[in-house]
Design a protein around this ligand. Structure first.
Ligand SMILES: C[S@@+](CC[C@H](N)C(=O)[O-])C[C@H]1O[C@@H](n2cnc3c(N)ncnc32)[C@H](O)[C@@H]1O
Length: 299
């Protein structure tokens, strides 16, 4: 396997065990709160423990769409039958998005790099790959790390994808990560960051922020929210325009005025109220739950 080399880190700084590249100082990563949190969430994420326990011939085992939870948003716009050399996914989890892109969109690639902080989710990704065989014949580089420095060569990736991840990463780290994504993207490469940032003007997040200030230790999974201008400026500062001049920063089509849970407790009627919102064009930016950013030409 070709070990990529970059200025700061490379896959040579990792050890390959059970199909996963682990950093040589894995004890340090394991000691971080962020890693411990996501390893724990990973054990039950999307009811995955139920999938593990299900009978071989049960529907959940037969139908991979149960696993993918039907990704929406920008993924609906993703073209079919596309073929690229290399894909990098930030926060790949158990492989929900590649499973969907490979099976529903017939996306093909030669190399797939998936980076995630959670070992439990990455082990599940390898299991899903064995069971559902997405990106058939591609070389897989599955990396357990906190996404900030990428052990990937400059200008080597055709498509960078991420789904619902950046809202979980501290702002300083996100800014470094964007610089790294811009570094590894090929000139003319594409990216899709679907539902990746939470919207700072969304009332539901404002309520959550208030509650978080009362007990900061709780609910550290969701961090900062951003405006469209802040996201745009972050991407520009990272140099994305040099690699991919045309991209869109767009509010998601989920709207919310109330948090649906507070400290894990369901808020009565909140889901119903949120789902019934039909904001005018002028209100969409205010009520949207989050933002996506993606290359305008995905073909
Ligand atoms: C909401 S899940 C989304 C997972 C996957 N993209 C999906 O759509 O199913 C967030 C993912 O981000 C990962 N994550 C959180 N912080 C991270 C970090 N600092 N570096 C890499 N991955 C991280 C988690 O382990 C988890 O897999």
């Amino acid at each position: 396997m070709n070990q990529s080399k970059i200025g700061t880190i490379s896959l040579n700084d990792f050890q390959l065990r059970d199909g996963i590249y682990f950093p040589k100082n894995y004890e340090y990563l394991n000691s971080t709160e962020q890693k411990q949190r996501w390893d724990k969430i990973g054990e039950t994420y999307y009811g995955s423990q139920k999938i593990d326990q299900a009978e071989e011939n049960s529907q959940i085992k037969q139908d991979y769409t149960v696993l993918t939870g039907r990704p929406g948003g920008t993924w609906n716009k993703f073209p079919v039958n596309k073929s690229v050399d290399s894909i990098l996914e930030i926060g790949c989890g158990y492989g929900r998005i590649p499973l969907f892109l490979s099976n529903d969109k017939n996306l093909k690639c030669q190399k797939y790099y998936g980076i995630d902080i959670s070992e439990s989710l990455l082990r599940r990704l390898l299991k899903c790959k064995r069971e559902y065989d997405f990106f058939t014949n591609a070389d897989f580089y599955i990396i357990c790390a906190s996404a900030e420095l990428l052990p990937i060569e400059d200008n080597s990736i055709d498509l960078v994808i991420s789904n619902c991840v950046f809202m979980h990463i501290p702002e300083v780290q996100i800014r470094n990560l964007m610089g790294e994504i811009s570094r590894v993207l090929k000139p003319g490469g594409k990216f899709v960051f679907n539902h990746s940032f939470h919207n700072k003007s969304c009332p539901s997040h404002k309520i959550h922020n208030f509650i978080r200030r009362l007990s900061p230790k709780q609910n550290a999974v969701y961090l900062k929210q951003y405006s469209a201008d802040e996201i745009e400026s972050m991407l520009t500062t990272a140099g994305m325009k040099h690699k991919c001049p045309q991209y869109t920063v767009e509010p998601t089509q989920e709207y919310a005025i109330l948090p649906e849970t507070i400290k894990g407790i369901r808020v009565p009627l909140a889901k119903l109220i949120n789902r019934s919102l039909k904001p005018s064009a002028a209100m969409k930016e205010t009520l949207a739950y989050g933002y996506s950013a993606y290359s305008s030409q995905l073909n």
